[in-house]
Design a protein around this ligand. Sequence first.
Ligand SMILES: Cc1cc2nc3c(=O)[nH]c(=O)nc-3n(C[C@H](O)[C@H](O)[C@H](O)COP(=O)(O)O)c2cc1C
Length: 475
Amino acid sequence: MPYRDLREFIARVDAFGALRRVAGADPYHEIGAITEVAAGMADCPALLFDHAKGYPAGFRIFSNAVTSPQRAALALGIDPMLRPLDALKAWMAKRAGLARRKPVEVANPAFMENSHIGNDVDLARFPAPVWHRADGGAYIGSGSLVVMRDPDSGWINASIYRVQVHARNRVTIQFDHSGRHGAIIARKYWESGKACPVAVVSGEDPALFVAGFEYLPAGASEYEFAGAIKDAPIEICPGAITGLPLPARAEIILEGHLLPFPENSLPEGPFGEFTGYFAADQRPCPVMEVAAVHHRDDPILLGSPPMKPPRFHFGLPLRAAGIWSNLEAAGVTDVAGVWQHVSQLMTVVALRQRYDGHAKRAALIAAANSYMGRLVVVVDDDVDPSDLADVMWAVTTRCEPSEQTDILRNAWSSALDPRIPPEAKARGVTSHSKLIIEAVKPFAWIDRFPKLSALSHDDARVVEKKWGKILKGGA
Ligand SMILES: Cc1cc2nc3c(=O)[nH]c(=O)nc-3n(C[C@H](O)[C@H](O)[C@H](O)COP(=O)(O)O)c2cc1C
């Protein structure tokens, strides 16, 4: 049975022994700091904060939700006991064949257990954290789903954009660039002089969190994608203010309008980024006037602050699954695995080389699709791409830099890139160069490459199976 909502997901995480409960932490920086320290621990526990400093018990925050491979697999409906690379492969295959599930409308949604409208709206009721010490303010949405309706086609877009609290009934919604679907939809309303109906869902089903992060094409429904992940439809109910279909079992929902921009704007951020820096300054951002706040009893805010790598929102590198599919769709055979390290800033492809140029062909496709990634490495199929030590062993023993590296210029990065010089950024530069490292045995003399003395992964698994208990100190 799939988990039905965030609460059931948390119960499953607890059953795995991966949940820690924290009482009394300060939303000003301490909840963020605890989240970052926990995310850096070997077992990377999920955290449920309650009774935050200055707030009554019952207003909760859940962080590090899917930051371990096991919890990411759980969210994706994949066997959580699989090794991480096998889990990503299973997700890649599942994702390629997903049968979309239409959402179903229900009456009496859980989010209407409490509803505050108009003058009764007060966002200060929620312990929205200041996640990093130098953040520009408190964020009620760091992993929040923003729901909008395209005025032309009626298509519902639901994507993850961050949401900063500015006043009792005012928040900003941050689109990284004007190509974001949310930005495109909002502009259509603004161009006809209207405010854009919008809802912010903070505390959504983890499958919606994944769907909201996916690069789905315009017109595609994140609700249907999330339903397909779970093989069960997402339950929805129209919002009282906007009429937008809202996830019925969500924890906290803000309804209102995004006011025409740039006539209305507020300075947003800065906000600590997933690179571990503040590389984008405070920027003018569209303002949402919040007309209503609905929430479940004892609501749970889903927090997913960006943190210094290797900590990342997802314990499995979901974008690597997309690159793996791209390679297969382009006809690149024998891909053994794709992984991303350093919070998706480094992409590794493992393949069994069949012909001269095979590795470079894969590298170019991976590089083209590596957002902000300066480093693309190709390794042979006896190297585990998810194991950074294994990858560096290949880099230092199989790659002759004078022959097996290339630099691609003016490639895909973003304003969040800390290494683009300030003058270039001011001119609107959002590209960088990418280094390709072919850490593979040179194809021309692959048969004469020195034989491995190291144990193969397969042999190691046989040993683990037979002797693992004793090696771990058991009988
Ligand atoms: C935790 C988290 C926070 C994010 N924050 C933002 C954000 O503030 N602004 C943004 O434009 N994209 C953000 N993203 C990335 C988008 O959700 C992602 O690129 C998505 O595919 C955009 O959807 P769209 O193509 O429908 O616009 C975030 C992703 C995650 C997982």
